[in-house]
Design a protein around this ligand. Structure first.
Ligand code: CA2
Length: 149
């Protein structure tokens, strides 16, 4: 059975590519999904790529995959800085978790410097633009390969 990587995107990321290109670049979320799909296929993985503006849908997706995924890549959007509930869901995960931010949150407003999700994440990417998603996929693929070696 093909191993699946869950890629979760939080609030407002559906607007990617439509505003603030100086911060988030010009690609749409559909572009990012296509790139992720193509890289994952090349590495022998399937992906489930989701975006939601609703905290509970993000939590439900984490529950769905908390044991079965090869890994979870999450860009929680602004929930990064506010959501103990997403942190609790991730704490119940038995699979690798990578937190991925398009922008370098540490170079931005102070309220973006704190992440609840980082308390659980195995790795954090910030400021690599949408390429961060590719880096995260490669890392999870590498971990999965080591596990089966
Ligand atoms: O840098 C990131 O990826 C963020 O997770 C993006 C969030 C922000 O709240 C975090 O602090 C950092 C915001 C996502 C909103 O994305 C938009 C993209 C284009 C136009 C409007 C919103």
């Amino acid at each position: 059975m093909t191993e699946t990587i869950l890629i979760l995107n939080g609030p407002n990321l559906n607007l990617l590519g439509t505003r603030q290109p100086h911060i988030y670049g010009g690609e749409t979320l559909a572009d990012v999904e296509a790139q992720c799909r193509s890289l994952a296929a090349e590495l022998g993985f399937a992906i489930d790529f989701r975006q939601s503006n609703r905290e509970y849908e993000i939590i439900d997706a984490i529950h769905e995959y908390r044991i079965t995924a090869s890994g979870i890549i999450i860009n929680p959007g602004a929930f990064t800085h506010t959501s103990v509930a997403i942190l609790d869901a991730l704490n119940a995960c038995e699979v690798p978790v990578i937190e991925c931010h398009i922008s370098n949150v540490h170079r931005r407003e102070e309220f973006r410097h704190y992440s609840y999700v980082s308390l659980r994440a195995d790795g954090v990417l910030a400021g690599f633009g949408t390429h961060g998603y590719q880096l995260a996929i490669r890392h999870i693929a590498q971990l999965a390969k080591k596990e089966t070696a």
